[in-house]
Design a protein around this ligand. Structure first.
Ligand SMILES: Cc1cc2nc3c(=O)[nH]c(=O)nc-3n(C[C@H](O)[C@H](O)[C@H](O)COP(=O)(O)O)c2cc1C
Length: 307
């Protein structure tokens, strides 16, 4: 069994944090399908220390999701460390610091990927958080801010000196957002030279992709983001039949209702649209799926394309 910083992983293929997608229901589903570890979406350190209710809600998880990381973001080392100390009381398996988010509202406040421009701040945040908690601390980075300022070696060194337990690397710059291809050569260079384990991330769309990256890059684990949307079976090596897919959608729906009550149906729509990706003729039911009000409606629409 793969170990990452002392954490026993179910497999070396992990679920990447995704705001709006990797909530409790989806994390549970991913864990059931074998995801090695799951992670919350990025959670504001300031919101945590103010005990903002919506922020604190994002930190909730169940033991069925373990092993789980909680990801925090912020730009002030003291605030991030105080938030991490609170997170530690919830007993996740690790605490991840977001240093790669590309969203303007995060970056323009000096948080997320904006930290990559200041390796000394990367170091201070990692070190201050590390001193505040005893759980493993990790960081998730990109390769740099833009193609003119690729500085992953410096950032990785700052993190290692800040005593992080492992580093997740999304093989793009902030300027690329999610465009272009992830640069696995740079991820490989980091994984082969970094003294702490590296989790590679970017463009993994199948179990085979994940195995290929694990076998060729020196990464201890890999992380799947968009490839896992509407596709939790990416964490197992078997593709489901169309009928099995429908069962998974039902299961996901029930988890959403359990978590959010009726509003779970509204939140479920974006997942259903992902689940039908790649199914022949599915585009013709898409516009109806995004406004479906009940699971019965979703089922009868799906029945039209899976006969
Ligand atoms: C909708 C969405 C939300 C995301 N939210 C987060 C987040 O909260 N924290 C984070 O570190 N990365 C976030 N990411 C980035 C992913 O974790 C991942 O690094 C990126 O999507 C590249 O991996 P992929 O090619 O497998 O999708 C998000 C990505 C997407 C598409």
């Amino acid at each position: 069994m793969t170990q990452l910083a002392g954490i026993q992983l179910r497999s070396p293929v992990l679920l990447a944090p995704m705001a709006g997608f990797t909530d409790g229901p989806y994390r549970r589903l991913a864990a059931e399908f074998g995801a090695g570890m799951v992670c919350t979406e990025l959670v504001s350190s300031e919101g945590i220390i103010r005990r903002n209710k919506k922020t604190i809600d994002l930190l909730r998880f169940s033991d069925r999701e373990r092993p789980i990381g909680i990801q925090v973001f912020g730009s002030d080392p003291v605030v991030v460390a105080e938030a991490a100390a609170f997170v530690e009381t919830l007993k996740p398996d690790c605490i991840d610091i977001n240093m790669g988010c590309c969203a303007p509202k995060v970056c323009y406040n000096g948080k997320g990927a904006a930290l990559l421009k200041k390796p000394e701040m990367v170091h201070r945040i990692a070190a201050t958080v590390g001193q505040a908690v005893s759980l493993p601390v990790s960081a998730k980075i990109r390769l740099g801010w833009d193609s003119d300022s690729i500085n992953y070696n410096e950032v990785v060194q700052a993190l290692v000196e800040g005593n992080v337990s492992f580093i997740s690397v999304h093989g793009r710059t902030r300027a690329q957002l999610y465009r272009g291809e992830a640069d696995w050569e740079s991820i490989t260079e980091i994984a082969r030279s970094c003294p702490v384990p590296v989790v590679g991330n970017g463009d993994i769309l199948s179990w085979e992709d994940a195995m290929e990256k694990l076998n060729t890059t020196g990464c201890t684990a890999v992380m799947v983001g968009r490839g896992a949307q509407g596709n939790p079976w990416i964490f197992s090596s078997r593709e489901p039949t169309l009928h099995e897919r429908l069962d998974v959608i039902r299961r996901h729906y029930h988890l959403m209702i359990e978590e959010y009550g009726e509003y779970g149906m509204v939140l479920m729509r974006k997942h259903v649209v992902k689940y039908i990706h790649g199914i022949r003729n599915a585009t013709k039911i898409r516009s109806k799926l995004v406004v479906a009000d009940t699971m019965e409606e979703i089922e009868s629409l799906l029945q039209q394309v899976i006969q």
